[in-house]
Design a protein around this ligand. Sequence first.
Ligand code: SF4
Ligand code: SF4
Length: 336
Amino acid sequence: MEKVRLGRTNIVVNKNGFGALPVQRVSKEDAKVILRKAYENGIQFFDSARAYSDSEEKIGLALSDVRENIFIATKTMATTVEDFWQDLEMSLKMLKTDYIDIYQFHNPSFCPKPNDGTGLYEAMEEAKRQGKIRFIGLTNHGWKVAKEAIESGLYDTLQFPFSYLASDAEEELVRLCQEHDVGFICMKALSGGLITRSDIAYAYLNQFPHALPIWGIQKESELDEFLSYQECPPALTKEIQAIIEHDRQELSGQFCRGCGYCMPCPQGIVINQCARMSLMLRRAPASGWLSEKWQAEMKKIESCIHCHQCVSRCPYGLNTPELLLKNYEDYQTFLK
Ligand code: SF4
Ligand code: SF4
């Protein structure tokens, strides 16, 4: 079982981390089975967020009796000190614990620092003094904020999307984390569903011994896949490298990662699926995407009022209305 050291935290865990966003979508009973099975098979790192509805509660229900054997990371989207404390107290209550190993600012639009006038970083320090958190982390989808956080020396960990579709600039962030001894927690290693072979994703990330992927797990079959790699880690063979190269060429440039940060749309357009429909139709089984439900969702693109709210929120700088239109045209051709 390969291990990862999370930078200056000195937390050393199994290379498989558990991303607990998707357990929101399953029942409490099913979540308990999956989380417990993960723990019993050596997974030690669980990442959640106050914003993931009942994900923290499910971790608390499944794992509070083995709290000292696991590491919990969670997040707050608070923009005021008052909300910070409310979130932290609620997370502790839901997780049934009196401390969080890594408490992270959840995708802030700026890098919180001492004396920046918000009081947020000072609140983190106070929470640490009180023993309610052990380490301070930051998650982001934006390269600039992420780089600033690494170089500031204020953060013990960075959580950032990273997969074999990453750009050179994104790879540079991973190297920077290593240089600054900042733990690198890697989200979206399957690029929001665009990467359909988890063995390839795993083999790629194995090249970065200091990167900890947190796989978004919702089904036992998905968990089993990742557990199987613990015994037999997939190698980066020539065949796998050729597939990576092919995917990079096919997906290079401006594509929607499905993160959803551009939403909500005032017209109710499900941007994070509709703006990448062409890719989903070709990279995953197409039938589900051609249902009446999805035809109706795609039709909503016609109602776009070009307010550009989505453009201003997209961390990848995409021209979302244009991308939606292209995907809609392709979808209609595909349907015919
Ligand atoms: S358009 Fe941008 S923000 Fe919206 S889902 Fe796609 S990548 Fe994310
Ligand atoms: S530009 Fe169109 S898709 Fe984007 S938020 Fe406005 S209405 Fe929605």
